[in-house]
Design a protein around this ligand. Structure first.
Ligand code: GLU
Length: 325
């Protein structure tokens, strides 16, 4: 596909789904309720460094749960698989993102994508003090997008003030010695990673970095050790969309992660990253327009991972499988 055609496709999807005004902006974190329901952007970033976008692609918003796979990668780099998986499993739950449930036998959270798992991982991120741990986390995000990253203080404080359910989850894990650090310090880091601000284009570059085996396709800097990219992709494929992960795997068939800020990313390994931003959410907490756009892109171009593996994808002549090393 020539550049013009990719732009034509995303432009068409943008205008097709812009009138879709179902769903609701998240309000359980009061600051998120200020989002404009009309914000809508689609970006495709390829592994050879091309970026195509439409709509409000430079509008900043908070990553929320889209931060989780990247922090999971950082935790793996900090401690290795054995330790990290003594703290968190890799099983999908079939339950909502904020489920207060731990694995019955091991008392671990089921996976790193639900809040419990992400909070457990925030408790082990390396650093001598809270500032170092935050900077270590922000530096990781910086490698993925090639630009400085900041935390939205209002969203952070808003979630910190109202996040009693996450606090309950953290205390439950403390009770079972799954967390042994200070609860409030751990929750602060979790709320801060969720309050990291990005725009749709930057999110697509993060997804493209995963598609490119962990190397940012624009700066050519490694963002995460290659050995952990497969771990991240496996976990977001099976658990990234919580209680609709199975349906997503069946319909769209791409590793993906959503956040209640309205972002969603999907990874087409060795080809490109897709990001959609639209804050109107469905009942599972996923961007409604985001889901529709990804479903349609997957269907039209046979992007489902098994279509790709079977050689049925319509992308081979479109965006060459090129890895930038
Ligand atoms: N910070 C949000 C929470 O913990 C993240 C939820 C999400 O994006 O799915 O509730």
């Amino acid at each position: 596909m020539h550049e013009f055609e990719i732009l034509k496709v995303i432009d068409e999807l943008y205008y097709k789904y812009l009138p879709l005004r179902e769903g609701k902006v998240a309000s359980y974190i009061p600051e998120l309720a200020k989002a404009n329901p009309d914000w809508f952007a689609i970006t495709i970033a390829t592994v050879d460094g091309r970026v195509y976008d439409v709509g409000d692609y430079s509008q900043l918003f908070t990553l929320q749960s889209i931060s989780k796979p990247f922090v999971y990668g950082l935790a793996l780099e900090d401690h290795g698989r054995d330790y990290i998986h003594s703290k968190v499993g890799v099983e999908p739950t079939g339950e909502a993102f904020n489920s207060i449930a731990l694995d019955e036998k091991s008392k671990r959270p089921h996976n790193p994508m639900i809040n419990a798992g992400a909070i457990a991982l925030a408790s082990v991120i390396k650093g001598a003090d809270p500032t170092e741990r935050l900077n270590h986390t922000l530096e990781m995000f910086r490698r993925y997008i090639g630009e400085d990253v900041i935390v939205n203080m209002s969203v952070f404080l808003s979630e910190r003030t109202t996040g009693h359910r996450n606090r309950a989850i953290a205390y439950l894990m403390r009770n079972f010695d799954m967390i042994d650090s200070d609860i409030e310090t751990t929750l602060d880091l979790y709320f801060q990673q969720c309050s990291v601000m990005m725009n749709c284009r930057q999110m697509a570059i993060m997804a493209a970095t995963l598609a490119n085996k962990g190397i940012n396709p624009i700066t050519k800097q490694r963002a995460v050790e290659q050995q952990y990219v497969r771990d991240i992709l496996s976990v977001i494929y099976t658990c990234g969309l919580y209680d609709s992960a199975g349906e997503w795997a069946y319909n769209v068939g791409l590793p993906a992660k959503s956040g209640v800020g309205g972002g969603i990313i999907a990874v087409v390994p060795r080809h490109f990253g897709i990001a959609v931003f639209s804050p109107l959410l469905d009942d599972h907490g996923h961007s409604l327009r985001g889901i529709r756009v990804c479903e349609e892109l997957s269907r039209r171009f046979n992007l489902h991972i098994f279509d790709l593996l079977m050689g049925e994808s319509k992308l081979d002549d479109i965006i060459a499988a090129k890895t930038v090393e």
